[in-house]
Design a protein around this ligand. Structure first.
Ligand code: PGA
Length: 240
């Protein structure tokens, strides 16, 4: 199975930068990796011209209704979008998304045939208190509560330690491996299914090869290092 490289563009890039981005990555093919781009909603159509897989950074839990400013999983599916990030730590922190809401969003996606990249991870404080595994297990149990075993294959988990996002800091390879194995084991125990787990948090040109070489790692979610499309292509060259 191909590994996943997700590009989380966050609230970055403007009209001209998007056009340039699309020109650079258009029709690029990769042998061993699936590239999924997560732009702002307003640029999804422009990014369609790149002929790469697309996802959104957020999604509402309901299919339709009076929810001003929101975008539903049904709408995304009807626009042929295949993926959505759910539970990114910035959504948890700045938009008060809790595990209960995240669980509803995941169900909304699965109901509409959208694939989910569920982001989980511990804060620095939780890590210092040696609570990483406890936090990961709680997030997995609550975020995936009552989800049909057969649908777990439509979910990928992104292990993103909060303290590693946008900071230039990363766990050691051994720590990444341990956390990812633990997540896989937790899902297997609770659902009897294998799940793919990717790593996110300060992935860049300097560390991507090492991180992708960790055997438990099924891919990466890249934030700031994905703002420049040429940088993305050089990272793809290094790993693909
Ligand atoms: P970063 O972001 O690569 O800038 O740390 C990763 C993410 O937020 O998914």
């Amino acid at each position: 199975m191909k590994k996943i490289i997700g590009l989380n563009l966050k609230m970055n890039l403007n009209h001209d930068e998007v056009l340039d981005y699309v020109r650079v990555i258009k029709d690029k093919k990769f042998n061993n990796h699936e590239l999924i781009i997560f732009p702002s909603f307003i640029y999804l159509d422009k990014f369609k011209e790149s002929n790469q897989l697309l996802g959104t950074q957020n999604v509402h839990q309901e299919d339709e209704g009076a929810f001003t400013g929101e975008v539903s999983p049904l709408q995304l599916k009807s626009e042929e979008i295949d993926y959505s990030l759910v539970g990114h730590s910035e959504r948890r922190k700045y938009f008060n998304e809790d595990d209960y809401l995240i669980n509803k969003k995941i169900k909304g996606c699965l109901r509409n045939g959208l694939q989910v990249i569920l982001c989980i991870g511990e804060t620095e404080e939780q890590r210092n208190l040696n609570k990483t595994k406890e936090v990961l297990e709680k997030q997995i149990k609550e975020d995936l509560k009552d989800i049909d075993n057969g649908l777990i294959k439509n979910i990928v988990i992104a292990y993103e330690p909060v303290w590693a996002i946008g900071t230039g800091k990363t766990p050691t390879n051994q720590e990444i491996d341990e956390a990812i194995k633990y997540i896989k084991q937790c899902v297997k125990l609770n659902y009897g299914s294998n799940i793919r787990v990717i790593y996110g948090g300060s992935v860049n040109k300097g560390n991507i090869v090492d991180i992708m070489n960790i055997s438990s790692v099924d891919g990466a979610l890249i934030g700031s290092a994905s703002n420049n499309p040429n940088n993305v292509l050089s990272m793809m060259d290094m790993i693909d």
